[in-house]
Design a protein around this ligand. Structure first.
Ligand code: NAP
Length: 281
């Protein structure tokens, strides 16, 4: 069965719109998300456009800031600091990757944890590790929400996450662990990757290599989640999983596009609404 992230994301946006409208009625202003894009990376431009469109559909006001690739650190830092102080803005998103001239760590540290709707800062990652309430990175959160809406419980299941990046693999593993799965994290130094993957009841691929997970690496009946956003040999968008072959073995599988991509945007909107609601508690 296909896990339809596009459809679920649209349901989530409709639910968020109701919360955003309730916020506006009670507090006399819209929920606001600032989206900052530096440089002219074409993929980032597409992601930012999708996020801004998602805001419109969820009743969130978006504020866009486009900085040139050669923007100075001081100017970029100044922008984030001013957004941090602006009461109309409840969430700040800095689209990654940043141009090579900018120190991303320094810039991201200017975002206060309560407006860090990407869940990347040390405080939010620490809260996730400690199972405290905080903001969780959008892509792994989108995976968990998609599983939840299809009534797929990770409890007691063997979950294998391939990839250990700070923005996907690591928080994914923590979320699955917090949901009582038995979690294995694989990466480029893993020996016997195929054997590790074959043990998975839930297999999450977050690698960045087109069609890397082949059918011989997947257990019959496994749930397969494809986080990858890659290009195949013809330049067509595809995932980290060889979808056509793997779907015959998987009980559930996410497509690319239409799987985790739209769920990621939906979770960004959800984190923004939650940040706004927390700001008036
Ligand atoms: P990343 O930072 O490059 O991390 C990739 C991970 O894959 C690393 O941990 C790496 O291991 C591991 N890896 C690489 N080659 C491997 C191999 N041969 N065998 C096993 N593991 C291997 O990438 P990322 O930011 O996590 O993104 C992963 C993918 O998800 C990309 O396709 C990206 O475009 C996509 N993505 C999608 C969304 C979305 O909204 N759908 C959001 C974010 C990312 P090492 O740590 O050992 O190097």
């Amino acid at each position: 069965m296909i896990l339809d992230g596009k459809q679920v994301a649209s349901e989530i946006r409709a639910e968020l719109r109701e919360r955003a409208e309730a916020f506006e009625r009670e507090h006399g202003k819209k929920i606001g998300l600032a989206v900052v894009l530096a440089g002219d990376d074409p993929a980032s431009q597409v992601y930012v456009r999708n996020k801004i469109r998602g805001c419109e559909e969820a009743g969130i006001r978006s504020f866009s800031y486009y900085l040139p690739a050669d923007v100075s650190q001081g100017e970029a830092n100044g922008l984030i600091s001013s957004l941090a102080e602006n009461d109309d803005i409840h969430g700040i998103l800095v689209q990654l990757p940043l141009p090579s001239g900018l120190d991303g760590e320094e810039l991201l540290k200017k975002i206060p944890p309560e407006k860090d709707v990407d869940g990347f800062c040390a405080e939010n990652i620490g809260k996730l590790a400690r199972q405290e309430e905080g903001t969780v990175a959008c892509t792994p959160l989108g995976v968990m929400e998609l599983l939840r809406r299809y009534n797929i419980s990770p409890r007691g299941k063997r979950a294998v996450v391939v990839g250990r990046s700070n923005i996907v693999g690591r928080p994914m593993a923590l979320l699955l662990l917090n949901a009582d799965a038995t979690v294995t994290v694989c990466h480029s130094r893993t020996e016997n990757l195929k054997e590790e993957c074959l043990r998975a009841d839930i297999l999450v691929a977050a690698i960045g290599k087109p069609k890397f997970i082949t059918a011989d690496m997947v257990k019959e009946g496994a749930v397969v989640i494809d986080v990858g956003m890659d290009r195949d040999e013809n330049g067509k968008l595809c995932g980290d999983v060889d979808f056509d072959a793997v779907k015959r073995k998987a009980s559930f599988i996410t497509p690319v596009p239409g799987g985790i991509g739209p769920m990621t945007v939906a979770m960004l909107l959800s984190n923004t609404v939650a940040a706004a609601e927390r700001s008036v508690r």
